[in-house]
Design a protein around this ligand. Structure first.
Ligand SMILES: [Zn+2]
Length: 68
């Protein structure tokens, strides 16, 4: 009987799951509007336009530098 050599770790499982989710939801748009500035943004990623994630500023904005 064939045995697998190594168990697949959580990171690898997550990578594959992300591919499954993308495949299953092909009609779903991959980019959504940012709730802060409204620019197109990939869900669960920091907005490239304003640098906000989850209502907080976590990264430097692309358009306006040193605004704070
Ligand atoms: Zn934004």
């Amino acid at each position: 009987m064939a045995l697998q050599k190594r168990r697949r770790g959580p990171a690898r499982t997550a990578q594959q799951r992300s591919a499954w989710m993308r495949k299953s939801g092909q009609n779903r748009p991959l980019v959504q509007g940012c709730p802060n500035c409204g620019s197109p943004r990939i869900p669960h990623r920091v907005c490239a336009g304003c640098g906000f994630y989850n209502g907080k500023k976590v990264a430097k904005a692309r358009s306006t530098e040193a605004a704070e």
